[in-house]
Design a binder for this molecule. Structure first.
Ligand code: NAD
Ligand code: DAU
Length: 339
């Protein structure tokens, strides 16, 4: 009888995590989702899940009273909630500072008070970026060097977790994962933006030269790793999650999407680059693989990413009602930035 509190469980990765938990992890008897339902959260992401197993509470992780009561009543808190989009953080950093720093602090204080198990979800972006020709990859001991307001606030939240582990001995684990893709991802993000552009008859948009490398991972592989860390991870430890796609650049990804959607591979346009754009991320997940036995199911660009992208394209094609209503606004915001 283990209960889970999932913050941000109505967002992209969190909702996929809740779905995977219901389908594959009967050891978790009840899941409560705490989500503010910002522009990025959507109650429909949890549609079809049994009410007897999943409860959605609309609320803010910065609300200390609410968080205290919820953390107290659950065995484990998995913390996905965040402001997550780099481009938004360049336009208006305040919500990032508020949610990612204050929200994480509020959760940590409740976890400390009630002595509960906590898992913090973080990102490879806390490490900054690598040059294209740098053979190194990020590991659990790489120094932090975030570039954007988003990644700086995620780095700050990681430091809070590290400090609460060391100073107060809380029962926490952490993971830093690379770029996710898959169903339910907000269409502001690179891959779903291009898929929905094509479905809407718009031209796909590549920032700058498109040489940037993201170490793409399917969201289900990320969530499999989180489940392993919950069941077998060592308290106090951090785990790097990545699927070895650090040889694939944005140009190759957009070309593959065009090809899979029956367009010429070069049927996209170059638009203004992102200021301060990180060049390359690359993750070394040796510790997760050797100590916990994790392996991604979706792997290299020719088989794994192709299979994952095909599935993702089908999902956006079959779920037009899910994204259609937000498309014009998302594109209008990008257009103002020349993107
Ligand atoms: P997302 O933006 O799709 O979802 C975030 C969710 O958090 C939304 O449902 C939103 O409503 C909720 N939320 C925001 N502020 C809140 C608040 N104050 N209180 C309660 N809920 C709030 O993000 P995502 O892509 O699913 O990312 C989830 C987590 O994973 C984040 O912590 C992110 O930093 C991390 N991460 C993301 C990626 C990626 O590629 N998307 C990779 C590595 C790590
Ligand atoms: O690395 C993990 C991070 O991945 C997460 O921590 C973030 O929450 C998540 O948003 C993601 O950050 P990125 O900034 O890498 O993702 P995004 O989808 O915004 O962009 C991916 C790459 O594609 C990046 O190099 C910018 C580029 N891009 C993006 C958009 C939206 C384009 O070329 N065209 C686009 O239209």
């Amino acid at each position: 009888m283990t209960s889970l509190l999932v913050t941000g469980g109505a967002g992209f990765i969190g909702a996929n995590f809740v779905r995977q938990t219901v389908e594959q992890h009967p050891e978790y008897t009840h899941i409560t989702v705490l989500d503010k339902l910002t522009y990025a959260g959507n109650a429909d992401n949890l549609k079809g899940l049994p009410d007897s197993k999943v409860t959605l509470i609309e609320g803010d992780i910065c609300d200390a009273e609410l968080v205290d009561a919820l953390v107290k009543d659950h065995d484990i808190t998995v913390h996905f909630a965040a402001e997550s989009h780099n481009d938004n953080s360049l336009n208006d950093p305040f919500p990032f500072v508020h949610t990612n720093l204050i929200g994480t602090f509020v959760l940590l204080e409740a976890v400390r008070k009630h002595n509960k198990r906590f898992h913090h979800i973080s990102t490879d972006e806390v490490f900054g970026d690598l040059e294209l020709d740098d053979p190194n990859r990020f590991t659990e001991t790489t120094a932090y060097k975030p570039s954007s307001p988003y990644s700086a606030t995620k780095a700050g939240s990681d430091h809070l977790v590290h400090a609460w582990i060391r100073s107060f001995g809380i029962q926490a684990t952490m993971s830093n994962c690379s770029n996710n893709y898959g169903p339910y991802q907000h269409i502001e993000k690179f891959i779903p933006r291009q898929i929905t552009n094509i479905l809407a008859g718009l031209t796909p948009k590549l920032y700058g030269t498109g040489e940037q490398v993201r170490d793409w991972i399917h969201v289900d592989d990320h969530n499999d790793a989180v489940h392993l860390i919950l069941s077998k991870g060592k308290i106090g430890e951090t785990y790097i999650i990545g699927a070895d796609n650090d040889h694939v650049n944005n140009k190759q990804v957009i070309e593959l999407i065009c090809e899979l959607m029956d367009l010429d591979a070069n049927a996209y346009e170059h638009v203004a680059d992102r200021p301060g754009h990180d060049m390359r991320y690359a993750m070394d997940s040796t510790k997760l693989r050797t100590e916990l036995g994790w392996a991604p199911k979706y792997t290299d660009v020719d088989s794994g990413m192709r299979k994952g992208l095909e599935q993702t394209i089908d999902w956006y094609r079959d779920n037009e009602a899910w994204w259609r209503g937000t498309k014009d606004n998302v594109e209008a915001t990008y257009a103002k930035q020349g993107q």
